[in-house]
Design a protein around this ligand. Structure first.
Ligand code: HGY
Ligand code: MN
Ligand code: MN
Ligand code: MN
Length: 410
């Protein structure tokens, strides 16, 4: 493996993470850069400036995906290193940002070494990976690979009632450029966001794939009434219905066991007052399983639960799918490359599935794709205390550098 001794600059990488982490920083720590908000725009502007400082050609496509390209001897296909810089509302410094910033660090290292690659190397930051403000998640990469039309994506309305197209225009990232036409390989470095690597004291995860995801929004309609005068038998209590559905999801997920997970992450009552029986409830149900058949079993259980509660509580329940992605397997050859490269670099490795969704699962539709995981302290993520040790950040970036060289050099 040529350039085997080449290493990224850990201090520079940490500085990149800390500088981006200041954008959208929350008072008590952590970051909020919800997709297409003013704080995310500042993050985008910062990233574009960093790309230009590295001499990259910057392209912004019509869904706002940002691509920074370093020329190779040949025009293409591109070796792409990507992830996202949008965060959930209580996000950390590393989810998404690490993959993009480590990509920039790989570019800086190639520049320092005056290394000319055969294929172009492109760093990508995809729009709206989190899906927290606009559903579905992995939206920008889904449009990039042709899984959702641009027109449909631009018409999506956020949880705060804004149309995606307008928000994209408002932050000045409704691009007109074309991203890379052909991708030779896609690598995404990401924090694990779970406890496995830390529990087993393993330094690098070679990710096998991503589990299936099913997001549903339920709108429950009852009738508001006086909390004191209305007998129980006359109530159509949307709040009680929502609570029973949440409890029911917890019960059937536990009864299924195995890898099944289920989450009621959002639940809003109207009018949300202490002495008024709730008229409406809007809630979300996130179901995931690495096995497509079992995920369908969970979805069927949710359907039965909704019908049962609607009948018993005499409410109407409207459901809307927010996201539905089947499990994805990454490219075996790239998984081997990641695993083997990490071992040559002296790191302990293990293979594992990803519990979280990632842009890599979309890129896998058009090119060989794979992911490198580094440990999350206490397995915590989507939480302001998200943390990964600097040494682990650097380890992941060095694996990313070496697998990039393997793909981009002749
Ligand atoms: O929900 C997810 O798994 C991802 O963070 N969007
Ligand atoms: Mn992420
Ligand atoms: Mn995330
Ligand atoms: Mn994700």
């Amino acid at each position: 493996m040529i350039f085997q001794e080449l290493r990224i600059n850990p201090t520079r990488l940490i500085s990149r993470v800390e500088r981006l982490g200041k954008i959208g920083a929350l008072e008590g720590g952590g970051v909020c850069r919800l997709a297409l908000t003013p704080s995310e725009k500042l993050g985008r502007d910062h990233l574009v400036a960093e790309m230009k400082a590295l001499g990259l050609d910057v392209a912004i496509d019509p869904i706002g995906n940002i691509f920074g390209a370093r020329k190779g001897r040949r025009e293409g296909p591109a070796v792409m290193l990507g992830s996202h810089i949008d965060t959930v509302a209580t996000g950390g410094l590393y989810d998404g940002a690490l993959g993009v910033l480590a990509g920039l660090e790989v570019i800086a290292t190639l520049n320092e070494g005056n290394i000319e690659t055969d294929l172009p190397v492109v760093v990508a930051a995809f729009t709206n990976e989190e899906g927290a403000r606009f559903a579905p998640d992995m939206l920008g990469s889904l449009v990039f690979v042709g899984g959702l039309s641009l027109a449909e994506a631009l018409d999506i309305v956020s949880i705060d009632g804004k149309r995606l197209g307008e928000e994209l225009e408002a932050i000045g990232y409704a691009g007109t450029d074309q991203g890379p036409e052909e991708v030779a390989a896609y690598f995404e470095l990401h924090i694990e966001q779970g406890p496995v690597l830390e529990d087993e004291k393993v330094e690098i995860g070679a990710v096998l794939g991503v589990q299936g995801i099913s997001w549903t929004e339920l709108t429950i309609r009852g009738r508001s009434a006086h909390a004191g005068t209305t007998p129980i038998r006359l109530r159509r209590d949307a709040g009680l219905a929502a609570a029973r559905i949440a409890a029911g999801v917890g019960a059937f997920v536990r009864s299924m066991g195995g890898d099944q997970v289920g989450t009621v992450g959002a639940s809003t009552l109207t009018p949300n007052l202490v002495n008024v029986v709730a008229e409406t409830a809007v809630m979300t149900v996130d179901l995931r399983n690495p096995d497509e058949g079992l995920l369908q079993v969970a979805e069927a259980k949710l359907t039965a639960l909704i019908e049962q509660i609607a009948g018993e509580e005499e409410v109407t329940i409207e459901r809307r799918s927010l996201a539905r992605f089947e499990p994805v397997d990454f490219a075996p050859a790239l998984i081997e490359t990641i695993d083997g490269t990490a071992r040559v670099l002296g790191f302990s490795t293990r293979r594992l599935f990803s519990g979280a969704g990632h842009d890599a699962q979309m890129l896998a539709r058009i090119a060989p794709a794979a992911m490198i995981f580094v440990p999350s302290v206490k397995g915590i993520s989507h939480n302001i205390t998200e943390y990964t040790e600097p040494a682990d950040l650097a380890n992941g970036a060095n694996v990313l550098l070496q697998v990039t060289l393997k793909q981009a050099l002749p």
